[in-house]
Design a protein around this ligand. Structure first.
Ligand code: UDP
Length: 318
C-alpha cells in the first residue's frame, strides 16, 4: 500500500502543485480544503487518478480524514488582497487550523510539514534574511492578519514538536509564481502578466524600488519535497535568492510578453516590505537544494497559462 499524505489547502496554487509532486513520489493524496481561495480546477487533471481524493472541509473545525503518514499544512489565503479580504479566516487557519492539522499528525503518528512565510521577517532590517533572524513585524497593521497567523503557526508547530514529540518541519516560503496562480489575486506577477497581455498599464506601487526574490513553482515544490524527507525541525528558507526591484520585474514581464504597456505608479500599500531576499545557505547545505529557473525563464514557462486565464476572463466578461 502506498503511503497516504494529507494536504490542507491542496486546492490552492502551491498546495495543488505539491499534490502533483507527492503523487509522483508514490503517495496517495487526500486534500482538505474549504475552497475559500482554492479552486477545483487546480486538480481537474487528477479526475481519473485513483490515488487522489478531495474532501471539502473547513479545517478550522476539528477534522479527521482517516489515517495518514504525512500532513502537509498549506491552507491559508496567501496574497495580500486575499488575506486582507479574509483577515479573520486567515488568523483562524493559522491558529485553530494549525492545531487541528497537528492533532491529525499526532493522532496517527504522521510526519508534519507546515508552510510558513518570509512574512515572518516583516520589513526586514537584516538582509538577506537568514532563518535565525527574528524579523521586524508590525503586529497590528493590515498585514498582521497574515504575518502573525504564520508566526503563531510556527510557534504551535514547535510546541507540538517539543511537548508532544510530533515529527515536524517548517518551510519559510518566499515569493513564488507560476501556472495556477489566480489572475486576480492581486500579487505582482499575475497583475503584471494580465496587464501586459491586455495592453493595460502595469501598476507599480510606490517608486518600484522595493525588492522581491521570485522563485518558480517547480523549484519551490522541489524544496518542499526535499525538506519533507529531512529531519530538520527548525525553519528552512525556500526561495530564489536572486533579487529584483519591482520595476525590474515589470521590465521582465514586458520583455517576455512582448507588450507595449506603459508603467503607471500607484500608492504603496501600508507596511509593504522594502526588501526581501532569502539566504538559502541552510537549504543548500542541508537539502542540497537550490533553484534552477531564473525569472525570465519562469515567466516564459508561465506565459501560456496566463494567456489562457486572461482570455477566459475576457470571454466571461463578454
Ligand atoms: N506590487 C506592485 N504592483 C502590483 C502588485 C504588487 O507594484 O500590481 C508590489 C507590491 O507593492 C510589493 C511587491 O509588488 O512591493 C510584491 O507584492 P505581492 O502582492 O506580489 O507580494 P508580497 O511580497 O508583498 O506579499
Amino acid at each position: 500500500m502506498s503511503k497516504r499524505a494529507l494536504v490542507t489547502g491542496g486546492a490552492g496554487f502551491l498546495g495543488s502543485h505539491l499534490c502533483d509532486a507527492l503523487l509522483a513520489e508514490g503517495y496517495s493524496v487526500v486534500v482538505a480544503d474549504n475552497l475559500l481561495t482554492g479552486r477545483r480546477c487546480n486538480f481537474d487533471h487528477l479526475r481519473n487518478e485513483p490515488r487522489f481524493e478531495f474532501q471539502q472541509i473547513d479545517i478550522n473545525q476539528p477534522f479527521d480524514c482517516g489515517k495518514v503518514d504525512y500532513v502537509f499544512h498549506f491552507a491559508c489565503p496567501a496574497s495580500p488582497v486575499d488575506y486582507t479580504k479574509h483577515g479573520i479566516e486567515t488568523l483562524q487557519v493559522g491558529s485553530l487550523g494549525t492545531f487541528h492539522a497537528l492533532d491529525v499528525a499526532r493522532k496517527y503518528g504522521a510526519k508534519y510539514l507546515t508552510s510558513s512565510t518570509s512574512e515572518c521577517y516583516g520589513d526586514p532590517l537584516e538582509h538577506p534574511q537568514k532563518e535565525t533572524y527574528w524579523g521586524n513585524v508590525n503586529p497590528i497593521g493590515p498585514r498582521s492578519v497574515y504575518d502573525e497567523a504564520k508566526r503563531f503557526s510556527e510557534a504551535v508547530t514547535m510546541a507540538y514538536h517539543r511537548y508532544y514529540n510530533v515529527d515536524t518541519r517548517i518551510v519559510r516560503i518566499f515569493n513564488t509564481y507560476g501556472p495556477r496562480m489566480q489572475l486576480n489575486d492581486g500579487r505582482v506577477v499575475p497583475n503584471f502578466m494580465k496587464q501586459a497581455l491586455r495592453g493595460e498599464d502595469l501598476t507599480v506601487y510606490g517608486d518600484g524600488n522595493q525588492t522581491r526574490s521570485f522563485c518558480y513553482v517547480s523549484d519551490e515544490v522541489d524544496g518542499f519535497i526535499r525538506l519533507s524527507k529531512s529531519s530538520e525541525h527548525l525553519p528552512v528558507n525556500i526561495g530564489n535568492p536572486t533579487e529584483f526591484t519591482i520595476l525590474e520585474c515589470a521590465q521582465r514581464v514586458l520583455a517576455v510578453t512582448g507588450s507595449k504597456s506603459k508603467i503607471r505608479y500607484e500608492p504603496l500599500p501600508q507596511d509593504d516590505p522594502k526588501q526581501r531576499r532569502p539566504d538559502i545557505t541552510k537549504a543548500r547545505t542541508l537539502l542540497g537544494w537550490e533553484p534552477k529557473i531564473d525569472l525570465e525563464t519562469g515567466l516564459r514557462m508561465s506565459l501560456d497559462y496566463f494567456r489562457k486565464a486572461t482570455f477566459e476572463e475576457k470571454v466571461l466578461q463578454g
